[in-house]
Design a protein. Sequence first.
Length: 307
Amino acid sequence: MKYLKLIRFQNLLMLAFMQLVFRYLFLKQSYVDLALTDFNYILLIFATVCIAAGGYVINNIMDQDTDEIAKPQNRVVGVSISETVAYNWYIGLTIVGVGIGFYLSNVIYKPTFASMFILVATLLYMYATSFKQIPVLGNVVVALMLSTSIIIIGLFDILPAIDVDNRFRMKEAFDILMHYAIFAFIINLIREIVKDLEDMDGDYQSGINTLPIAIGVQKTKIIVGVLTVVSIGILAYYVNSNLFELDYVVYYAMVLIVGPLIYFGVKLINASAKKEFHHLSLVLKIILFFGILSVAVIVFNLKLANA
């Protein structure tokens, strides 16, 4: 159980679920050509999860002082697990993830793609050791990591299978993945800033210079509010432009994505306490979950419309 807390098991489960949804409820159902076998795709998920888990471990190691102040009940490193053991976990998980990445890159005859895994692992280490000390940059890096886990599906499963005959269909599927990667980036960026608001006291006492500490709570809330309004506008435009004829998708998006985003924006206005920011962070996590799952609703509605 202590090791599950060390690697943030729930977040990793969400990551794996997301990649399974895109493969089996979108790509497979869309009948596009895929480069990876089912076994190799599971390896891709495992590699992604290992590198992400390594990122959580190194972050926990570097966050010992902060967690002692902000989240003493959630501390693992230095309490139930020694720092040496934690470092061994970090090294092992990262090596396994990057090693599988090298293997899969050679399977699809794109050996240079292995650099994606090295880059992600490096960015996660840099985030834990230095980037998180820089306002906004740390938030952007974390948000980018989630969207990269979607982009990597296109790079490893779609791009190598493109030929002259299927180019248009494959490009369409790749573009949809990119749209979801952008959505995941924006929502996760907002969530990371909200988490900084939630952890502001612990970060301040630990000398971590996050956005709320650098410019204040109210200005940070304004930035989050602007990003939320922009997100709602982009989603409404995208649904109206591309999915308006799919009734179930429109209802789904309005009720489970746009609606909760509006709720988030309203609750943000008067939020000030740690528990309120924690609630808002949870709302964004739920929005992200239903946002990713919407790709299955789109496929279902398209099949229904074409039946």
